[in-house]
Design a protein around this ligand. Structure first.
Ligand code: SF4
Length: 286
């Protein structure tokens, strides 16, 4: 683990796990942050690409209306776990408007959600479309870049330009204490974001799968291989490897939890029951 240096003061409380509880109008509501993301036009190359993909479409989705706008994060506003991906997939989140959603059977969204489900952070093991009933508990998923990039490769300038959106979401998520970065680009982007807020770990953490890094702001940063098909189809990333990461996450969030997966199964059941109750309540009001 890197040596931990004393935290510098951060004016907004950003990234600090000892940030004061959310109160009053100063902390931006998550919805306002999301509205700002969706209307962002700062990267002409990416905006043009997303809109073109939305017009041309993939044959399988030709009857659908693509989202084709920047994609905000998704999850529990009280989350202690933040998962940071790279960017929306052209025919996945750029189509559905929800991060890690709709990139096909066995795609990265399903792979990630299955792991989050097994570890009790998600109520269902798939992520197929915004109306699928997926709910996250204690977890929030976002991306370093909010517009789908050509070839899944945003430029360094585009990453830097987009980071304020992740920063704004973090300010609106005051309980986050563990971050799982999916892939080296997301990992480095998160460190870049912290550095901009005056938080630097020395020596600089290096990305490795399953590695845990204690950050000066009190957060724990985990590296995890990105669940891209390229990684999951070749066995570079297996379900077991992803479970190992989320088991460690549970140990940090809930120390003393002897069998996190068994206890999380109870939590998942609770989420499912609440979802069923919510759905029943909704149908009564219709
Ligand atoms: S990538 Fe980010 S900064 Fe660039 S246009 Fe999309 S939302 Fe805005």
């Amino acid at each position: 683990m890197p040596r931990v240096v004393a935290p510098k003061p951060v004016a907004s409380g950003f990234g600090r796990t000892d940030a004061p509880p959310r109160r009053g109008p100063k902390r931006p509501a998550l919805q306002a942050v999301h509205d700002a993301i969706v209307s962002c036009e700062l990267c002409p190359r990416l905006r043009r690409y997303c809109e073109r993909i939305g017009r041309e479409k993939r044959r399988a989705f030709r009857d659908e209306t693509y989202w084709a706008k920047p994609v905000p994060g998704f999850g529990d506003p009280q989350a202690r776990l933040l998962v940071v991906g790279l960017a929306p997939a052209a025919h996945g989140a750029n189509r559905t408007g929800r991060v890690f959603t709709g990139d096909g059977m066995g795609g990265s969204g399903d792979f990630l959600m299955a792991a989050l489900h097994r570890s009790g952070f998600a109520n269902i093991p798939t992520s197929q479309h915004p109306g699928d009933g997926l709910a996250l508990r204690d977890a929030f998923i976002a991306a370093a870049v909010r517009c789908a990039p050509p070839d899944n490769k945003p430029t360094p300038e585009e990453i830097a330009r987009c980071l304020p959106h992740l920063e704004a979401e973090l300010v609106a998520l005051p309980r986050v204490s563990v971050v799982v970065a999916l892939g080296k680009i997301g990992f480095d982007a998160y460190l870049q974001l912290l550095k901009r807020g005056g938080v630097s770990a020395r020596p600089r953490p290096r990305f490795d799968h399953g590695g845990a890094h204690q950050l000066p702001n009190g957060q724990t940063l985990f590296g995890c291989y990105h669940p891209s098909r390229q990684n999951t189809n070749t066995g570079k990333l297996t379900a077991r490897m992803m479970d190992d990461v989320f088991t460690k996450v549970r140990e940090v969030l809930d120390p003393g939890c002897r069998d996190p997966f068994a206890e999380n199964a109870i939590a998942v059941g609770r989420i499912r029951n609440e979802h069923v109750a919510e759905t029943a309540k909704g149908s009564r009001h219709r």
